[in-house]
Design a binder for this molecule. Structure first.
Ligand code: ZN
Ligand code: ZN
Length: 366
């Protein structure tokens, strides 16, 4: 049996001029920098031929590849590896306890403790961390456009964070490899920035959190990439509206369980389902702590809001009626089970004597 063999040189070993033709075995185009001559080149040998087939399968022709080729993806999005090298945080920047080994020990220790009431000094520090988080998110959002990779967005977030003498909270939190979560299209949350470039019509959530002067701020938003379809527009609008409605109910004495009771009707009325697995959370010196805040109706969250409590509300809404999720083999990326799109918005909130202060709100320009 004879078969055409990949030639690695810029011209075929048979001396034929280079051309890009489909390999008769894998039906893929010849890899970059190598060419099929269209003749049978037995001299090149089967070993090289098979090796090049393996490369082609992994997509190494473009230097990047899908690390989970056998995973049953629910939508059309694919991871694009290799991930970039771990970004460095300058030595002088104070870091949370998990920065070195990935283990948030102080968080585990406080597990089960009731929500803390912050004093005036702590509240001031939260204001600063949250203001910086919003600044970094807005900077990153301004870079969203077709052709930018989520890894490049990670670089923008990382640099803007360390420029502010802050540590990017996601970096090495429980082993997370990057400085921000970027969740595209059907990704619900915790997407890992990689080499994939955003495409016209995508939506992308950027979830920025940072640690400054001992306190974390946490804020996210979902952004259109170029022109998006009507359903995606509706999804983004509804998700933002559901968060704004939930913030409206926050005041001393309000029940944590009423947050979900407020969000779900807004979602349902617009053909969206509320994700149940991921919740809002308390935040201060710890990245994630009590209270735990479900975003769906008829939840059993306990407790009432009190002046001085700080927590996030961060509803994730899926188009359609399916609220559940599956995870990619990276053990982080959560996607919808039906491949439909998902959006999220998040703010960090402080309960005050008179109501609520959005610590991560956009600066009011003077
Ligand atoms: Zn967040
Ligand atoms: Zn959060």
């Amino acid at each position: 049996m004879s078969s055409a063999v990949l030639c690695q040189s810029s011209s075929c070993i048979n001396g034929n001029p280079p051309s890009r033709m489909e390999c008769p075995t894998c039906n893929k185009l010849g890899i970059q920098g190598s060419f099929f001559c269209g003749q049978e080149c037995f001299k090149a040998g089967w070993k090289t031929h098979k090796m090049l087939h393996e490369f082609a399968k992994k997509g190494i022709d473009s230097g990047s590849y899908n690390p989970f080729p056998n995973y049953g993806f629910t939508g059309t999005l694919r991871p694009l590896y290799p991930l970039s090298a771990k970004r460095a945080v300058p030595e002088h920047i104070p870091r949370p306890d998990y920065a070195t080994d990935g283990k948030p020990l102080s968080e585990s220790k406080e597990g089960g403790a009731p929500p803390r009431i912050l004093n005036a000094k702590e509240i001031e520090k939260m204001r600063t961390a949250c203001r910086l988080s919003r600044e970094v998110l807005d900077i990153a959002a301004a870079y969203v456009r077709p052709g930018i990779s989520t890894d490049e967005l990670d670089e923008v977030v990382h640099n803007a964070t360390i420029e502010r003498n802050a540590y990017p909270s996601p970096l090495n939190y429980r082993g997370f490899p990057k400085s921000v979560c970027t969740s595209v299209n059907e990704v619900i949350c915790h997407g890992i920035p990689d080499q994939r470039k955003l495409q016209e019509g995508d939506i992308v959530n950027i979830d920025v959190s940072l640690f400054y002067d001992g306190y974390h701020g946490d804020v996210n938003g979902t952004y259109p990439v170029g022109k998006i379809d009507e359903d995606s527009e509706k999804l983004i609008r509804t998700t933002r509206e559901s968060l704004d409605a939930a913030i409206q109910v926050c005041r001393p004495g309000a029940l944590f369980r009423d947050i979900g009771k407020t969000i779900e009707p807004v979602a349902r009325a617009n053909g969206c389902a509320v994700v149940r697995t991921y919740t809002g959370h308390g935040i201060h010196e710890l990245f994630h702590c009590a209270p735990n805040i479900p975003h769906y109706a008829k939840n059993k969250a306990i407790g009432t809001m009190k002046t001085g409590m700080v927590f996030t509300i961060e509803p994730m809404l899926n188009l359609g009626t399916n609220w559940s999720e599956v995870h990619w083999p990276d053990n982080w990326t959560a996607t919808t089970v039906d491949g439909k799109r998902s959006a999220q918005f998040e703010e960090t909130l402080l309960i005050t004597d008179t109501g609520v202060e959005i610590l991560t709100s956009k600066a009011i320009s003077s």
